[in-house]
Design a protein around this ligand. Structure first.
Ligand code: BG6
Length: 486
């Protein structure tokens, strides 16, 4: 029997990539590993074995990797390419049967310290892969495993996957990936909240009116037809990335910056999410339209058939606890929106009393906008006096206090989120990975929304590509006197 116990404190000297010829591997994993090699961040002993269904020699895999690097890694970060390619080898595997796993284990060899596995395959392959790893002795206490989404399609299927993984790996050796947590600006949310004195005292329902979280994309289906149509925006983006962002915004200060303390606080928020009511969500699906002056087809046309999958969702969420009582969290995400932007807006309340009103001046509440991507900035709007002698009354106007992260940290390398995550996987730091109880709390909330949609027969409303979703999404916020920050 394979041990599920832990010996989590090791730095892996073998990395085994499942799905090594896939899209994620080409665009993110191989480039990230090459960039880490270039920066001298991976031990020279680390060997990387790729595996996938296609037959390939080591040399062919290295050529495949070289092409991916030339396409997806900026030239100035390719310095370690030769050294990186030398680390690579390849073993073809049909993960649906146990047979090939012994050969794979031979290829991996005996790690001196430990093995890190990265599973980026279809969820249907998770269980057979775990069984194969166990049978070939690739699941012992010196092995940890990273799991890429989608980890199931609902709570039940996610539990099934988690149970299967737990048969072979203890929780401290399971690294569930949400690549948003690897983004520097997402981690910076924690610094903003917990490394500064001025926000935390007012970070609650007494001072905050509402929060908005937007993850807007201009892309459509890309090449992920089958996956996306079975998933939809709610499961593709809200279940994971957006709920993680919400948890980081809403959580209590953790006792320390370690994996248990941070994840304990996040899971409390996720468990405090109030089930959403009828009328608190809006779904949409894009039709043909124009984005950045380019005409693009509608979802059905891209898909080649009719579908009722949502490509846009807006939700009015509530966190039922002391800190957030009565503060709505408006979430929205969609494909084919006018611009690519991920941002968090903290809308503060009005001042309780204005001494300027008698002089005709109006005040507006402060607003903090945290830009995650593509602009990485923090923008705080403050009221200021418009210069002048005020003969016709005093005037006030909001002015921005702007911090641009790239300017503040000029010269810092802009890293791919997966660089951080792969390094943490190799070294065994779980802080930026999602724990089982978090994933399950996320699914529980999402499943209830989907059940509500099924009961009410909710159909996505059409919106033209290049717009901010259906007009009902605007109405969802405007009913409460709130405008989306566009
Ligand atoms: C993925 C989703 O998890 O995140 C994609 O499956 C989406 O549909 C992507 O495009 C967005 O990631 P990023 O880092 O480009 O914001």
């Amino acid at each position: 029997m394979t041990e599920t116990g832990s010996n989590a404190a090791f730095s892996a000297d073998r990395l085994l990539l499942f799905g090594a010829t896939g899209d994620l591997s080409q665009r993110m994993l191989l480039p990230s590993l090459c960039a880490l090699t270039h920066d001298g961040l991976l031990s020279p002993d680390l060997r990387i074995v790729g595996t996938a269904r296609s037959e390939m020699t080591d040399g062919e895999f290295r050529n495949f990797a070289r092409e991916a690097l030339e396409k997806y890694l900026p030239p100035k970060r390719r310095g370690g390419m030769a050294e990186f390619l030398n680390r690579l080898s390849y073993q073809a595997l049909d993960a649906t049967t146990i047979e090939g796993f012994d050969e794979l284990a031979k290829k991996v060899g005996e790690p001196r310290q430990g093995l890190a596995i990265f599973l980026s395959t279809a969820p249907s392959l998770f269980e057979p892969t775990i069984a194969g790893l166990q049978s070939a002795g690739l699941a012992g206490p010196n092995v940890r495993i990273g799991l890429e989404k989608p980890l199931g399609t609902d709570l039940a299927s996610s539990r099934e996957i988690n149970d299967a993984v737990a048969m072979a790996f203890s929780e401290d050796r399971i690294f569930r990936i949400d690549h948003y947590l690897g983004k520097e600006t997402v981690q910076n949310l924690l610094a903003l909240r917990f490394a500064n004195i001025m926000f935390e005292p007012i970070w609650n329902a007494s001072y905050i009116d509402h929060v908005q979280i937007t993850v807007a994309e201009t892309v459509g289906l890309e090449s992920r037809v089958a996956y996306y149509d079975d998933s939809g925006a709610l499961r593709d983006m809200v279940q994971n990335h957006m709920l993680q962002l919400l948890a980081l915004v809403a959580m209590e200060p953790p006792t320390s910056f370690d994996s248990t303390a941070v994840r304990d606080e996040k899971v409390k928020v996720l468990r405090s999410l109030r089930p959403v009511k009828d009328g608190e969500t809006v779904t949409g699906q894009y039709r043909a339209g124009a984005i950045e002056g380019r005409t693009v087809p509608g979802y059905d046309d891209e898909l080649g058939k009719d579908s009722d999958t949502e490509t846009f969702v807006a939700i009015k969420a509530h966190v039922d606890n002391w800190r957030w009582k009565g503060v709505p969290f408006y979430l929205r995400t969609g494909k084919r929106l006018p611009e690519r932007v991920t941002e968090i807006v903290i809308q503060f309340r009005c001042i309780p009393f204005s001494i300027f009103e008698g002089r005709g001046a109006k005040t507006q509440p402060n607003r903090l906008v945290i830009g995650i991507q593509p602009e990485e900035n923090v923008h705080l709007s403050l009221m200021a006096k418009v210069p002048g002698l005020d003969r016709e009354g005093l005037r006030l106007r909001p002015v921005p206090l702007d911090i641009s992260m790239p300017d503040a940290f000029a010269g810092a390398v802009k890293r791919i989120a997966y660089e951080r995550l792969l390094l943490d996987l190799v070294e065994g730091d779980q802080t930026l990975f999602v724990r089982r109880d978090e994933v399950e709390a996320q699914w529980e909330w999402i499943d209830a929304i989907r059940n509500g949609w099924a009961e009410s027969g909710l159909e996505p409303k059409p919106y033209s590509a290049g717009n901010w979703g259906p007009s009902a999404a605007i109405a969802l916020a405007e009913r409460d006197g709130v405008s989306w920050h566009d």
